[in-house]
Design a protein around this ligand. Sequence first.
Ligand code: ZN
Length: 161
Amino acid sequence: MEKGLLVPDELVISFVFKRLLEPDCAKGFILDGFPRTLNQAKALDEFTKIDLVILLDAPLDVILERALGRLICPRCGAIYHTRWKPPRRSNICDNCGSVLEKREDDNPKVVKQRYEIYLNTFQPIINYYKDRKILVAIDASRSTSDVIKEIERILEEKHLL
Ligand SMILES: [Zn+2]
């Protein structure tokens, strides 16, 4: 994971499916970051019925800018951004006063590598869900609150909320 590479399929699939069998998933669930391969997507379809797939779409320059400005509090886990959500005091956590850190894999080389892997592995998955007509693409280069509003609107429209 430090290298920005992905974890083997079978491991992820069994981990996710085991979690989905727990009682709190009986009425529905939202998956974030899964499936990451076509193999996982097909396994998921055999496991359960997927109602909707939301693609949060953003170009590399937007992703780089977001990742490279990200600051994380090592003590309480709060997340900041140098430009979009700066802490009140430079590099100090608002909640607990700890010195903020950058995540080791938030550097241009790893972010670009992750994006390359993303493009190579996700296009077949995107096409797979497009063919099944359950994919909705959202422009995620807008503000977080705009993106959340649109997700809520789509979920309401599809009677999933
Ligand atoms: Zn903190």
